[in-house]
Design a protein around this ligand. Sequence first.
Ligand code: ZN
Length: 502
Amino acid sequence: MQAKYQELKTRLIEVNDINSALGLLHWDQSTYMPPGGAAARARQSATLSRIAHEKFTDPAIGKLLDALTPYEQSLDYDSDEASLIRVTRRKYERAIKIPSEFMAEVSTHISELYQVWTEARPANDFERVRPYLEKTLEYSRKSANFFPGYDHIADPLIEPRDYGMKAADVSHVFGELRKELVPIASVITSQPPVDDSCLHKHFPEEKQLKFGMDVAKKFGYDLSRGRQDKTHHPFMTKFSLGDVRITTRSKEDSLGEALFCTMHETGHALYEQGICMGYEGTPLARGTSAGVHESQSRLWENIVGRSKGFWKCFYPQLQNIFPEQLNSVELDTFHRAINKVERSLIRTEADEVTYNLHVMLRFDFELALLEGEMEIKDLPDAWRERFQEDFGIVPPDHKDGVLQDVHWYSGLIGGSFQGYTLGNILGAQFYATALKAHPEITEEIEKGEFNTLHNWLKNNIYQHGSKFTAPEIIERATGQSLTIEPYINYLRTKYGELYSLN
Ligand code: ZN
């Protein structure tokens, strides 16, 4: 049995190596590649993803999994070996349903679309991406239909990102959250806007980036296994457990941009860097779901990084870096500015209160597009209408409307957004549990110390990688299933201090 297990592992590591090379090509495309490289890069990516898919769906892997079933059953559910076999089988059974040629076709299409989008967005030109997007929707439906028997056509598309959640579950949770959020958002946005002019002076990029990295290191980001580069749409990527990279973007007239991007991506990176080293190269060596991943980026960015306690320690340091800009600005003023709630256009720049409304819009649109209730050509108008309804404002252009997010221009339509809001909910649920176990975390954050929190997260979430599903991790870490209560409590408490909520 040991020999068969080793053979399985060797084959999986080979697949992983190809996927890591693919990841490196994507990272390069999003950071340093000149535009002239686009066509060849699309082909190269397609070639590698085809090879990886073929290797992973090799019937030999199916045979090994079958042969290893008795071994798996003889082991504890929690053991690394049983978990590797179990998780691999789940992914294998999904992967063999998608033909390699289809994967390659989609990959070529998406690389082209991504390149078109990087030009169409600044040009505010939805028509340029429309035909590509129509093709993407076709591919998305086709992809779902490789998994007949679903309850909702979005289910098979949600599954690889948030295994254990179906469209109906997500819609239910979002409905509950919406009931709580809409009144809070509307009572806050009807109050006089917070003055955040202190964030919009001139802040030289280099100093911003350095401060961001100092914070990332304090959070626990290990730079001997990581680095940061600039990109259009920030992301975290991993080539191995020893090379977990983040990206950011900056604006010299906006202090929050680079800093909170860095904190966000650092949260993702801490998760990946915290995975048990023994899982290296296997399907266990990655975060378990989009929602749990996002819970970590949002926890570090918002719950920690936008808290008063954090800035009690870090604001004086920031003032030292930007004395002219910030010396006359009180901590309270700064703290209110970085937590300003407003009706805004851009999801990634939205505050914690309105953010989820942006996500719900996209999630609902994905369902409608997949169901055939909405067509791609209807997107810009539908976007404007829904925006008016939810935010009371209308995007003046496509650039900051339907063209703003990279997701539909770099992947399939369906399953790409729910993880953000699930992450907000889960971040608060995990944090509340950590705090119950270690009430000293609050004081430590005020001293710029994050070890207790980081260790709790590592022990309860990070180290397990993909060993457990998201529902299992939530249950094990918090003792209950996903609940919106801690998140609502968090928002009410925090924003009740910053605004009048009655
Ligand atoms: Zn994220």
